[in-house]
Design a protein around this ligand. Structure first.
Ligand code: SF4
Ligand code: SF4
Ligand code: SF4
Ligand code: FES
Length: 958
């Protein structure tokens, strides 16, 4: 997967066609058979014959504008464009004749006559299709010259921080416009003007930055010239080699080619063969990687006795030995279980495996947990109970076979943008859409897409709404009886049917609770049950509730009841937030489960690990994150190893979390930056970015993809090496030369991973677990013949109102989410130009609620809950319904989680981020918490500054 020379991916000119019918024709004397509908251009390319082209590319539908791809067909007049002409049986086609050469040279002459001939100084020199085609058609001179009108003085649009639009180089091939429409689905670009005046125009003839453009880069990728060009390429020149790796941002898990010059990234190009992204990307993965070399990265290990002390830079050995001695001291003084660890969903599977192994084997406790506790733990629980496996059932490609999609509690356009583009493509082809969300997300109404139903559910009432959907399906005889009879437990199904059929679960009875009109619920239920392949995609708007696990089970019930599981186009699909949430759960990060979701109390499973690891493991589950906080405040939990998570910013009830950390005696934080959690730390171990290490990530499809080191770690060690060193210092030996050996151990001890190896991943590109003897190449779709648990199990999902209800004191419901340009706690994306799109968190408030409170757009408002108070700027919008307010949590100073409470899911303790009863009032100054935060942050920055300044030199290489 390392290319020593950059090769452009082979471009077959037009997209592949799927058809059972084939046609056979002759091109340049070769007989060729292709699926019906294939263009002549692609048929020729598949036979190794490259027809010159400019406006065609195989990621986009053909357009037929450049006239360079002309061919001759026996028995036909004229010279048709091969990109738009379908192959037919018996055709005899010629691609190279003297006449065609003349015609093509004439076309190229016209293009070149209005093109700056600055190839040697052009940033695309060597990577320009216009330049290539001039060579291919044998252009030797241009008769027209520059004497007439030309575009050489056109002004560049530099507004986008990542790419430039230089109109003087535009050949108006329309590829960018089509990429924005077909690949991305944003429709931000048009060709304005006619003939010679034609030019690419974002939005209403606006600069890119002011238009609807979301900076996905698809147009830049599609542009055959340097008209749309990455600024890094303009600055650094063409790359020298490339390495295929995986994006470290969201759970889509896009494959990228990191194009490199030595140790520096020139650009990240979405990998055409990436099975999760199929050559597409979003602004984060494509452009927002500059944080990896940001000057605020901490590159030297640091220690301090108290959090009021200055940091002291020390060697790796000193830091690791200090951390180990502190953990052992604490265990000696307070008991074995006084310490624990938190694994990271941003780190690799291998790194996560090692952290949970360190906690279980070296600490000798099961006090290990992960950030999935606060996001998708209800998915694990709910799907395991009903279907038997704690993961989504499909591939992303499966959405192209769906007929009706339910998107519930997720905003893919922001959280999972590359999946959103694929979904939108399917919706434009005619699939129907049901959105269940308190907020009018972008999908409800976007270019060429309109949801059939938007069930604007009141926060906290998801389970009630799903019961009412199920009621319609059960009482209107819409159940897939044969599927249920064959595949599901009969007794549990009968109990479920009786339960959902109760009059109190009818849409009419539930309307008052959910706020969703009964007729809309009835319509949506009928559509999902009868509209063909029905699929459900859901996010944290489902899980982060007091009934998160119940709602996940209700979703699985719906899919089973309608037979929408076990084939292409259907299924239950949790959209995972962080890049490796799936992986960190698979790797045994939960305190009650060994890797592969096997309970720690299972003697047989534990014995396998004990034998392999040479230790005795505790049979009792350890502490979950919230229990660790409680124990810390109670004085029995004193030491924490926290890798790659910022629990102070991301976990609910910030003041409670901070107080818990302040009560501990040794907190070891391993991260890129001095984040909010590190401000409470005693040992800081510098983390490595995804560019600096080898390993694997597992995305929301259960797809395991390789992460490859493209540069040496700036801090001298990859994260896995640090955990190995810490374990050795604790006296539990770990000895791995390469993460490949850790994967071999994972495969040895985890049945669903037993067939996984780096060799196989390199060969196949990626793999979806389970991957074992029964499925050596992985399992794209689960539960095909039978459910993992045997028979599917319907669960009773009774609606229990949350305690977080609006009251006279707190009459509004706050719900939280994320935005496209920022990622999670923002530690990475805030350190990139992505802040140009979102520089602060704001509070969305319905105009009616604003008027009641005398709040105007842009005013500062205080948001008070029973947990705390923060102040944000108000944005008035009817995206939220009256009574509901919404914010994001990407900036620490916003303190969104100061307001969220410790209310949590009954089964898994996943916090109820999505429902907090609040009051909103107009204010003129930051909250008391914000003032304290500023003071504390200033002190911590000062304590950091007081250490030596060697870091900068390491980053800049001086
Ligand atoms: S900007 Fe590039 S892709 Fe778009 S029309 Fe011009 S040359 Fe073609
Ligand atoms: S960057 Fe993406 S959204 Fe913006 S114009 Fe290009 S294709 Fe459209
Ligand atoms: S969709 Fe997710 S994985 Fe893909 S580029 Fe964007 S952030 Fe990265
Ligand atoms: S490539 Fe066929 S017309 Fe442009």
């Amino acid at each position: 997967m390392l290319e020593t020379v950059i090769k452009r991916d082979r471009d077959l000119g037009t997209p592949a066609r799927e058809s059972a019918v084939t046609v056979t024709l002759t091109i340049d004397g070769q007989e060729i058979t292709v699926p019906e509908g294939t263009s002549l251009m692609r048929a020729a390319a598949e036979a190794g014959i490259n027809i010159p082209k400019l406006c065609a590319t195989d990621s986009l539908e053909p357009f037929g504008s450049c006239r360079l791809c002309l061919v001759q067909i026996e028995g036909r007049r004229g010279y048709p464009a091969s990109c738009t002409t379908p192959a037919e049986n018996g055709m005899v086609v010629y691609t190279e004749t003297p006449k065609l050469h003349d015609l093509r040279r004439g076309v190229m002459e016209l293009y070149i006559s209005d093109h700056p001939l600055d190839c040697l100084t052009c940033p695309a020199n060597g990577d320009c299709e216009l330049q290539d085609m001039a060579g291919v058609v044998g252009l030797r001179n241009v008769r027209y010259g520059y004497d007439g009108a030309n575009h050489l003085k056109s002004e560049k649009d530099e507004s986008n921080p990542y790419f430039t639009y230089d109109a003087s180089k535009c050949i108006v091939c329309n590829r960018c416009v089509r990429a924005c429409e077909e690949t991305q689905g944003t429709f931000a670009l048009t060709i304005s003007g006619k003939g010679f005046e034609s030019r690419v125009s974002p939005g209403q003839d606006q600069p890119f930055l002011d238009s609807e453009c979301v900076s996905c880069g698809a147009c830049v990728q599609a542009c055959p010239t340097s008209t749309l060009q990455e600024k890094t390429v303009i600055m650094m020149g063409q790359a020298e080699h490339s390495v295929v790796t995986t994006c470290a941002y969201c759970g889509v898990g896009c494959g990228f080619k990191a194009e490199m010059k030595g140790q520096e990234v020139v650009r990240m190009v979405p990998w055409k063969d990436g099975q999760a992204n199929r050559g597409h990307s979003c602004v984060k993965g494509r452009f927002a990687w500059g944080y990896a070399t940001h000057k605020e990265r901490v590159l030297k290990p640091m220690i301090r006795k108290h959090i009021t002390d200055s940091w002291k830079e020390v060697s790796w050995d000193e830091a690791i030995n200090y951390a180990a001695s502190e953990f052992r001291r604490i265990q000696g003084q307070y008991g074995r279980d006084a310490v624990g660890g938190i694994t990271s969903s941003r780190c690799t599977n291998e790194e996560t495996w090692l952290v949970q192994k360190l906690v279980r084997a070296a600490f000798g406790t099961n006090n290990v947990d992960t950030c999935a506790r606060v996001c998708h733990s209800p998915t694990g629980y709910g799907l395991k109970q009903t279907l038997g496996e704690s993961a989504g059932t499909q591939t992303f490609d499966s959405v192209m076979h769906t007929d009706v999609v339910i998107v519930m509690g997720a905003n893919p356009s922001s959280g999972h943008p590359v999946f959103a583009s694929r979904l939108k493509r399917r919706l434009r082809q005619g699939a129907r859409l049901i959105v269940i969300d308190p907020r009018r997300i972008e999908l409800v109404s976007s270019p060429h897409i309109k949801a059939d139903f938007h069930l604007q559910v009141r926060p906290g009432t998801n389970t009630a709404l799903l019961s009412s959907l199920a009621h319609v399906i059960a009482t209107e005889n819409l159940i897939a009886e044969a599927f249920v009879a064959e595949r599901c437990e009969a007794k549990a199904f009968k109990e479920w049917r009786d339960f959902v059929s109760l009059p109190e679960n009818s849409p009419e009875a539930m309307e008052e609770i959910t706020g969703v009109p009964a007729q809309a619920v009835r319509g949506a239920a009928r559509l999902y049950a009868t509209g063909g392949n029905g699929s459900i995609y859901y996010g944290l708007g489902v899980t982060e509730h007091s009934q998160g696990s119940t709602t996940v089970m209700a979703i699985a019930n719906l899919a089973m009841a309608t037979g929408n599981i076990g084939r292409e186009g259907v299924g239950v699909n949790p959209l995972r937030g962080q890049n490796n949430v799936q992986g960190s759960c698979d790797m045994g990060s939960f305190p009650h489960e060994l890797p592969g979701y096997r309970h720690i109390s299972d003697n047989t499973v534990r014995a396998q690990f004990e034998k392999d690891w040479g230790v005795t493991l505790q049979p009792e589950p350890g502490l979950r994150i919230p229990n660790m906080f409680e124990a810390a405040l109670g004085g029995s939990f004193k030491g924490l190893y926290c890798q790659g998570e910022d629990i102070v910013q991301s976990d609910p009830n910030t003041q409670h979390v901070a107080a818990s950390l302040a009560a501990m005696e040794c907190i070891v934080v391993q991260d890129l930056f001095l984040n909010e959690t590190a401000k409470y730390a005693h040992v800081f171990l510098p983390g490595s970015s995804f560019l600096e290490k080898d390993g694997t990530f597992t995305n929301a499809e259960r797809r395991i993809s390789r992460v490859r080191k493209v540069m040496e770690p700036k801090n001298g060690k990859s994260d896995w090496e640090v955990t190995v060193a810490l374990s050795n210092a604790l006296g539990y030996p770990m000895d791995y030369k390469h993460p490949r050996e850790i994967m071999d151990e994972i495969a040895r001890l985890t049945p669903t991973f037993s067939g996984v190896s780096y060799e196989k991943l390199d060969k196949l590109g990626s793999l979806q677990w389970p991957c074992n003897d029964e499925a050596p190449d992985g399992t794209p779709i689960m539960h095909i013949e039978e459910f993992v648990r045997g028979k599917g199990k319907f669960m009773i999902t009774k609606y229990v109102p949350t305690d977080e209800r609006s009251t006279r004191r707190f009459p509004l419901l706050l719900t939280t989410g994320r935005i496209l340009s920022q990622y999670n706690v923002g530690a990475q994306t805030r350190r990139t130009p992505n802040v140009m799109w979102h520089g602060e968190d704001v509070l969305e408030l319905h105009p009616q609620d604003a008027e009641d409170r005398g709040v105007k757009d842009g005013d500062w408002v205080g948001i008070q809950s029973r947990a705390g108070e923060t102040v944000l700027r108000a944005t008035l919008t009817d995206r939220v319904q009256p009574g509901v307010v919404y914010t994001t949590f990407h900036f620490p100073e916003s303190g969104a989680n100061v307001v969220t409470t410790d209310s949590s899911d009954w089964a898994t303790n996943c916090p109820e981020y999505k429902v907090t009863a609040v009051q909103v009032t107009r204010v003129s100054q930051p909250s008391e918490w914000q003032r304290q935060w500023s003071r504390f942050a200033d002190i911590q920055q000062k304590l950091l500054r007081e250490r030596s300044r060697e870091n900068e030199a390491a980053l800049t290489g001086k």
